[in-house]
Design a protein around this ligand. Sequence first.
Ligand SMILES: [Zn+2]
Length: 352
Amino acid sequence: MHASHSFLKTITSIPGVPGNEVQVARYIKSELEGHADITQDYLGSVIAKKGNLGPKIMIAGHMDEIGLLITSITKEGFLKFQTLGSWFSQVMLAQVWDVITDKATVKAVTGVKPPHMIPVEQRKQALPVEQMYLDIGVASKEEAEALGIRPGQMVVPHHVFEVLGNGKYLLSKAWDNRIGCAVVMEVIRRLDSNERNTVYGTFTVQEEVGLRGAKTSSYVVHPDIAIAVDAGIAADVPNGDAIEQSLGKGPQILLYDSGLIPNRKLRRFVIDLAEQEKIPYQEAYIPKGRTDAGNMHLAHQGALALSITIPTRHLHSHTSIIHHDDYEHTIRLLLKVIEKLDRKRLDQLLAD
Ligand SMILES: [Zn+2]
């Protein structure tokens, strides 16, 4: 397997829902040891600092993935749950999941009625999440407990990683947002000794439930420049929107999302750099949805902020697809941005 494929396979395999990102954090800390000074805030976000001078640049990817939280076990041994992050109920049915207990990983499926039992009119409607349950293949609550199942445990989509088609298309759970974590980790690893500015590679918690880790970590970092790196939306599919959001056409430099109106000069600066360096990019926008930048730009006196996303098909499902070139181009673009951002450039961006 390609070295970057095995890295991406590992980082997407780790279970980590909002509020339970500890295994992801542990992995990132061990991988970045020796590359940066690493601290953690009280919510659990990891901050990897590189450099000591000039403007503070915060580049953040969130560690949490969408998943479920066990709320109760029925007497027949089925599991009821709370969703964590936004799920479209139709993609949840008849899927394989991993319940992470203290002892082991327990496989589960979301139960469904066969069509024979659903009246024709009802088949057109999505089943409400409240009516769903997980089947772990036991006959009673006692048997479920014997497997180590307890309320409060996390459930994540069962991990499958596949290199598809022409070798560029990568399928996995949790691209949102382990691809952002992978980009920020690679930026930190590839950055040479940094004398122009101070980079804070940040890996936030609880983005999918309201950008919560971004709030506390940006208070710790106190950034001048704040860039969120997240999984974005690809619309290059049948019935997709005609706006330019395609796999393989480069990182998406967002014009707008519902949490951030990006700093115009910073956005221009990043686009000009992409043009100069011949790095492909797309100008996307997300009318409904936010990134960590929504909170990162609001700490202290505020920060010049931007969201950069990696286009993702079938976002928020077990089976999302990204394009390997978009991953590499996002890393290259961020390294260029860091290379050019010194105190003088920040002053220019701040000048009216
Ligand atoms: Zn995300």
